[in-house]
Design a binder for this molecule. Structure first.
Ligand SMILES: C[S@@+](CC[C@H](N)C(=O)[O-])C[C@H]1O[C@@H](n2cnc3c(N)ncnc32)[C@H](O)[C@@H]1O
Length: 737
């Protein structure tokens, strides 16, 4: 509908400009249809289509509220506009222009009257948009309005298809990263193009580059007259842009967005070539195909030999959130590879791109959720691609975009550029502080986006080094009957003091960090006779039994036979252990871990390392270990999701000599002492990324510990996290070779 307004106003502007040369009062909007018909042929020849005055957006809108057949009228108007081009050069471009606008859609209302009422509203809303004056060529407002509507579309479309709108700056960044150093561009292809943001940004970027070239040509050949040579200097064409998109609405948005991009680019070019570029007729159009990119053949849209770049922001759908159809798509793309279940949906585009690009020099770059370069997804995605000869040319490490269009406030994304033909210069981009970007030329970029060998960190059941194991705590499966908060515990003890012997501190990860007290009934050594004389405890145990008996899981039903015990019993043997919360905000520099010596039972959302001393604590809480965690662990939303099998068991500990060990121990103790200086502060307080300045002694102690750990590794990186990560990958490669 916005496009209908746009071409109406463009048509009026064109005719008025010509007619006003002889009649300054001429206004096409007021002209009777029969008189306007005289200009039909010339309009079609010049603009590619014709619109009767009565069928202009402005006039249809004026009468819309009183028109009981508005839906039919609009349908007829669209047919007439498309029909006006039949037999002309522009027929192919105009045909189907309004196909996606279904004025009889049930989405508009169940009755004709309801649909018409909605259409009147739409005409009015779009008519009221302050789009600027076409005759002065200021269509920026039009672009803004269009973006606004696309944003509305993105937020109302739901996210089942991962349809959110890529922010303009992310699209622009990708377009620039992709085009850098290129001298020739053929086809540009976005196989999940949504509203076409990447294609439009790339188109605009290419037009800007072309403008620079045209500007240079003009400077060197001041006599160059494009009209005389009879050829437009603008060579970049919408015909070079291709897309696939599953959502029909997005398809039409993308097509229109590209036309608008062309108009905007023309305005910029006009200031350089100093002559007007005819926007109309719409000669060019991009090829946006509606379909499922994972099941269709990409060659059918654009044969690979005509393609230069594949780019896009394929849908963000986590590996566990895929629909049945999406799982089937992945099955097809990964052709029976078992581990595809571990992969986010976006991985399907990497794989399809690799198939499509094989044997060519096409380069691909996708914006994706960072999870495909972390944790368990790296090996199943990247190993087969590297084995086929794919290489990562550039990457932007994890950054956050605040996506207003989706209510998903913070999306953590990476950009990965890859191809079969390696670029000579590989570059890693990073954001250190807000808006502060850094880039680094590197020798290799592995699947974790680290400048290190192409190794893969896979699950390992025991630590690679000779260190105490990290174990997940005990799972209660008790329906809240074995666990108690402070008040509940007090209430139980008030009626059953004998229970005290069986009550232990208990903690999951969150309570651990926040220092909240929780308790549990730990009845491991409790005999039936002892249990019988505690009727309140017995009642709790009976309820656990009932709960487990009714479970759908056979394994849980089996545990109904021992209802006084936790479902899984894994408690540390000694008196002291290190507690490690598996989930912690990624904004913290260190995962907040601590020694526990009060008999606490770690729950299944808390890891423990028994038999661990100050040395283990020091290494674990150092920048070295945290840097490793940041690179290899998976994420749960924006939190680290620490995994003992991936992160801990694959971490290579230093081969420290006695002196280095002693220094780590001393500095680890200093960290504990510094914590003690801040009485009453919980781990959450002490490691609050926004308020670290409140605890300077702790910051200092950690810095010194970090230096001691660096020394234990016999390196001097001065805290450079990229170097630390790369070094740990090298050590891992050696240890597993
Ligand atoms: C993150 S959005 C891309 C947004 C786009 N760059 C833009 O700015 O509008 C991902 C797009 O992939 C589309 N999509 C989801 N599944 C698809 C599939 N199987 N085939 C093709 N497109 C798909 C969604 O409809 C959505 O438009």
């Amino acid at each position: 509908m916005l496009f209908y307004r746009f071409i109406s106003e463009r048509f009026v502007q064109h005719v008025n400009r010509l007619e006003r040369e002889t009649d300054p009062d001429f206004d096409y909007v007021q002209l009777p249809d029969d008189l306007a018909e005289y200009g039909r042929d010339s309009s079609v020849a010049e603009l590619g289509f014709f619109i009767r005055p009565s069928e202009l957006f402005e006039n249809v809108r004026k009468n819309a509220a009183s028109d009981p057949d508005l839906n039919e009228r609009l349908e007829q108007v669209f047919r007439n506009i498309e029909g006006s081009a039949v037999g002309s050069q522009s027929e192919g471009d105009i045909k189907g222009l309004f196909d996606d606008l279904d004025v009889n859609s049930a989405k508009l209302g169940n009755t004709v009257a309801a649909r018409n009422a909605k259409l009147v509203r739409i005409l009015n809303e779009i008519g009221n948009l302050p789009l600027g004056d076409f005759s002065s060529h200021s269509i920026d407002m039009f672009g803004d309005a269009y973006e606004f509507l696309m944003t509305m579309y993105a937020s109302s479309a739901g996210k089942s298809g991962g349809e959110f709108f890529t922010p303009q700056d992310v699209s622009e960044l990708l377009a620039r990263l992709t085009l850098v150093g290129k001298t020739k561009v053929n086809g540009v292809y976005d196989p999940a193009c949504g509203s076409g943001n990447f294609l439009t940004e790339t188109y605009i970027e290419l037009r800007r580059l072309e403008n620079v070239v045209i500007g240079e040509l003009l400077r060197n050949q001041t006599m160059l007259d494009f009209e005389e040579v009879g050829d437009s200097p603008v060579k970049v064409s919408l015909h070079q842009f291709y897309g696939i998109e599953i959502n029909d609405f997005a398809v039409s948005v993308a097509r229109t967005a590209l036309w608008i991009a062309e108009l905007q680019a023309n305005i910029e070019s006009e200031t350089i070539i100093l002559r007007e570029i005819d926007d109309l007729p719409l000669r060019d159009s991009a090829s946006i195909h509606e379909g499922n990119a994972l099941t269709m053949d990409w060659q059918s849209v654009l044969p690979a030999q005509r393609c230069s770049f594949v780019m896009g922001n394929p849908p963000f759908i986590g590996y566990s959130n895929k629909s049945a159809q999406q799982r089937a798509d992945m099955e097809l793309v990964f052709d029976g590879m078992k581990q595809h279940g571990l992969l986010d949906y976006v991985a399907g585009w990497y794989r399809k791109a690799a198939d499509y690009m094989e044997g060519t020099s096409i380069e691909a770059a996708f914006v994706s959720t960072n999870s495909i370069c972390q944790g368990q997804q790296v090996a199943p995605l990247w190993r087969p691609l590297f084995e086929r000869g794919i290489t990562i040319n550039f990457a932007h490490r994890s950054f956050v975009w605040g996506n207003e269009a989706s209510d998903q406030a913070h999306v953590h994304v990476v950009i990965v550029g890859f191809s079969y033909v390696a670029r000579k210069k590989k570059v890693l981009f990073d954001v250190q502080e807000i808006d502060e970007g850094v880039s680094q030329s590197v020798g290799n970029i592995n699947g974790y986006l680290v400048d290190a060998a192409n190794v893969f960190i896979e699950r390992r059941s025991k630590p690679l080094c000779d260190v105490p194991p990290m174990v997940r705590g005990s799972q209660p499966t008790d329906d809240g009957n074995l666990l108690m908060m402070e008040a509940e515990k007090e209430a139980l003890l008030a009626v059953e003091s004998r229970a005290e012997k069986w009550i232990r501190r208990f903690s999951m990860g969150e309570e651990f960090i926040k220092g909240r007290k929780r308790y549990c009934l730990w009845l491991v050594d409790c005999t039936p006779q002892e249990l019988r004389v505690m009727p309140h405890v017995l009642e709790r145990v009976r309820r656990v039994r009932e709960f487990r008996e009714n479970s759908v899981e056979a394994a849980t039903r089996k545990k109904a036979e021992t209802p006084w015990l936790f479902d899984e019993v894994r408690a540390p043997k000694g008196d002291r252990f290190i507690g490690v919360p598996p989930v912690s905000s990624e904004r913290r520099k260190y995962i907040p871990v601590d020694f526990v010596d009060n008999g606490m039972i770690p729950g299944n959302k808390l890891y423990f390392i028994a038999d661990a001393g100050l040395y283990e604590f020091g290494i674990f809480t150092s920048q070295f270990h945290n840097a490793w965690t940041r690179v290899v662990t998976g994420r749960l939303k924006s939190d680290y999701n620490y995994s003992n099998t991936i992160v801990y068991n694959n971490f290579v500990w230093p081969k420290a000599n006695d002196a280095q060990r002693a220094l780590v121990q001393q500095k680890a103790q200093a960290v504990l002492d510094a914590r003690d200086q801040y009485e009453g502060a919980t781990l959450a307080d002490l490691y609050d990324p926004d308020n670290a300045w409140l605890y300077p002694a702790l910051t200092r102690a950690h810095r010194e510990l970090d230096a001691a750990v660096e020394a234990a590794y016999s390196v001097d990186f001065d805290g450079d996290e990229q170097k630390i990560a790369a070094h740990l990958f090298d050590l891992y490669a050696q240890a597993t070779a």
